[in-house]
Design a protein around this ligand. Sequence first.
Ligand SMILES: Cc1ncc(C[n+]2csc(CCOP(=O)(O)OP(=O)(O)O)c2C)c(N)n1
Length: 335
Amino acid sequence: MNMPRTAKDKAAKLAPELKLRIHDHMVQARLTEELLIRLVRGGQGYFWIGAPGEEALGVPLGLLIDKGEGPDHDYLHLHYRSSPTVLTMGAQPIDLLRQMRSTATDPYSRGRNFVNHFAIKAWNIVPVTPTIETQYTVGPGTAWVQKRHGGTGISIITGGDAGTAEGDFATCLNWSTRPGHELPVLILIAHNGYGISTRAAETQASPHLHERAGPFGMRHGEVDGNDPEACYFALQAAIDYIRKERKPFCLQANVSRLYGHSSSSGAQLIKDERDCLVEYEARLEKEGLLSKDAAEAVHERWRAHLKEAYQQVLQEPMPDSADIWKHIFAPAQEV
Ligand SMILES: Cc1ncc(C[n+]2csc(CCOP(=O)(O)OP(=O)(O)O)c2C)c(N)n1
C-alpha cells in the first residue's frame, strides 16, 4: 500500500453538510436502482445491471469529479455499475428509467442500449460499453491528450475485479506508465468478489488486485468500499496526486453486490452482504446527525420523485422503426 496520505489526512473529518449530502445521493442511487429492478421484473424493460452495493464508492467519486467538456476537465470511462457517480454528478433519475424502457426520449442511446449505459458529451462521459474492460484501452487515450494539453484534467476508469484478468487491464497499466510519458489516469477497481457466477477466490491468485500496478512503478492502494468516508478520503488523495503529479494511480475498493450480477441471475436481495447505506445511516444516527425519522424523510422524498418520473416515462413514445438510420456513423446504403 502506498496511498499518498499524511497524518493530517487521517485526522480529517468531513463536514456534517457533506455527510448528509453523501447520504442523500446514496439514497437517490439506491432507490433509483431498486425501481429499475422492479421495472424489469414487471416487463417494463429487457435487462437490468446496476450498482446497489457500490454507492459508498460511486457517490464520493461523483462529488470529486471536475465536470465539464474537453481536456481541461475529467474524462470518465465508466462501466455498468456507475449510476451513483453519474446521478451524483447531476444526472436525472428519469433518464435511467427512459433507458430501461428503451423510449425514444432516452438521452444516452435513444432506446438502443440497455440501462446504465451512459454517454454524456457535455460531461466527458464516453459511451459505456456492454463488453467489459474496453474502457481500459480507451482511457489512456484521453489521458494522453490531457498530458499534452496541460492543466489538471484527469481520466478516470472504472471496472470490476474479474475484468482485471483481461488483457485490456494490462494494456492500461503499460500505457499509463511509459517512462517519461506517465499518464494522469485513475484506475478504479470495484472488487465485489465475483465475475457473474465465478468467485474471485477461485480465479485470482491474490485478492489485492491493485498490487499489479506496483511492478509498473504506479502508486496504488485499497479501501473499504462500504465506507463512504474512507472512500472519499482515499479518492481525494489519489485524485489530488494525479492532478498535481500527472501520473497514474490504481485504487481498489472492496464493495458488495447486493442484488447479484444482473436480472439474468434473478436480481434478488442478497442478505448476507454488507449494506453500505444501512451502515452509513446507523453511523450518522450515532453521530447525532440523522435521526431515523429524518432518514425516512429522505427516502420518502426520493420515492415520491421516482414515482412521478415513472408516471412521466410511461407517457413517452417508443422509437419509430425509421429511427434506426439516425445517429449512425455512415449514411444508410440503398440495398
Ligand atoms: C469482453 C467481455 N467478456 C465477457 C463478458 C460477459 N460479462 C459481462 S459482465 C461479466 C463479469 C464482470 O465481472 P467484474 O469485472 O468483476 O465486474 P462486476 O460485474 O462483478 O461488477 C462478464 C464476464 C462481456 N460482457 N464482455
